[in-house]
Design a binder for this molecule. Structure first.
Ligand code: ADP
Ligand code: MG
Length: 378
């Protein structure tokens, strides 16, 4: 990809620039925990957006997207916002940097990527983080701290792309480190790195390619259930709740709310258990927790769908170590931790069975935990 970008940059702009990259992400465990003040546990992956950038001495940004095969030019004032969705991510990052007192001047750029779009690996966060990191390095002497870079990406989604996302994706893309997952405390925003180098296992995503429309309303309902239970317990969020506390108010909440809270309380503990297991290199426990998360998401939180449950069943049948829905649910990918010797059979079986039942194969996406935003040596 590097050479392809460099060739294109030279052809278009007649010079050379500096290369930057930032990654997509997975979340190993910790789902629907963010709005409950709990933990998420993401890592950056070996799928990324790369951009070559050079200051051009004008007040315009000139961008060529290799994957869209499209060119766009825009100024740096609010009224210069481009129409093209892909360019709005870059414009947004420029604007959010400027809003925070950062410097941005005109530049030329060519970029490309290999994070699958819309598969739940956060290609948009990779794009934002790549440019946020680059602008910080090129124009601001790296004075903007890394957490602020993540927030620049998040605000870009909020203010320029109409996506009301949390901070996890951009956090993971900016802070990602090879062979490490990061436990982010969504209440304090503190984070901690944990070793993740599962020798003898592969991490693979199966994209069901199912996209359910209208997921906003069930999502909001889940949040409301959690808020009701927290209020009944007299705590700020379910982060502060335990199974015992929940048992004490069992008859004061609906059965549905009870099950939603039971999942969230369990999920908080599972993230902590997985962290402990990783410090011992115990990937079997990690896998067991992943299956438990899937069951909780499917039965208690009810955010799975038939296709994802089916992929999970196939994983169990094939002796996969751990498998679960990744992301908010209602479609997208499962994430699977698979022993090397079971991998080929699992992939072949999943493709064949899923295709027989749903008329298409799941997309197979192998991932390795890798570095987040960085400058790429020319
Ligand atoms: P995801 O879950 O992958 O983040 P989004 O819908 O949030 O999905 O973001 C995808 C959007 O990000 C694309 O529609 C496009 O505008 C932009 N994008 C991502 N990757 C690229 C790329 N390689 N080239 C151009 N634009 C990209
Ligand atoms: Mg996105």
């Amino acid at each position: 990809m590097k050479e392809k970008i460099q060739d294109q940059f030279k052809k278009r702009f007649g010079t050379d620039g500096v290369l930057y990259a930032s990654a997509g992400r997975i979340n190993l465990i910790g789902e629907h925990t963010d709005y409950n003040g709990g933990f998420v546990f993401p890592g950056a992956i070996d799928k990324y957006i790369m951009a070559e950038i050079n200051i051009n001495g004008t007040d315009k940004v000139r961008v060529y997207s290799m994957d869209m095969d499209a060119y766009c030019e825009f100024g740096l004032n609010e009224e210069d916002a481009p129409q093209e969705q892909w360019a709005r991510y870059i414009f947004g990052v420029c604007r959010e940097t400027i809003k925070r007192g950062g410097v941005v001047k005109g530049f030329d750029t060519v970029f490309a990527g290999n994070v699958p779009l819309g598969a739940g690996l956060s290609s948009s966060a990779a794009l934002e983080s790549c440019f946020a990191f680059a602008l910080n390095d090129m124009f601001n002497g790296n004075k903007i701290d890394k957490f602020e870079l993540a927030k620049i990406g998040q605000s870009t989604e909020h203010n320029y792309c109409g996506v009301n996302c949390g901070i996890m994706d951009q956090f993971a893309s900016v802070f990602g480190k090879k062979d490490c997952l990061m436990r982010l405390d969504c209440r304090s925003l503190e984070h901690e790195y944990f070793p993740f180098h599962p020798d003898g296992y592969k991490l693979v995503l199966l994209n069901s390619k199912v996209k359910h429309e209208l997921v906003d309303s069930p999502y909001n309902k889940r949040r409301e259930s959690c808020e009701r239970v927290a209020a009944t317990l007299g705590v700020e969020t379910l982060r502060d709740a335990s199974y015992t506390m929940l048992a004490d108010i069992r008859d004061k909440v609906s059965d549905e709310d009870y099950r939603r809270a039971r999942f969230v309380i369990g999920e908080k503990q599972r993230v902590l258990d997985v962290c402990d297991a990783l410090e011992r290199g115990d990937y079997e426990t990690v896998g067991r927790c992943m299956f438990e998360t899937h069951d909780g998401l499917s039965r208690d939180y009810e955010v799975s769908c038939e296709e994802l449950d089916y992929l999970n069943d196939v994983a169990r049948e094939c002796g996969v170590t751990g498998s679960r829905i990744m992301g908010g649910g209602f479609g997208g990918c499962t994430i699977n931790l698979v022993k090397d010797e079971r991998y080929d059979n699992f992939i072949a079986t999943a493709k064949e069975k899923f295709n027989a039942k749903y008329g298409h194969e799941p997309e197979v996406i192998n991932v390795i935990i890798s570095d987040g935003a960085h400058k790429v040596e020319g």
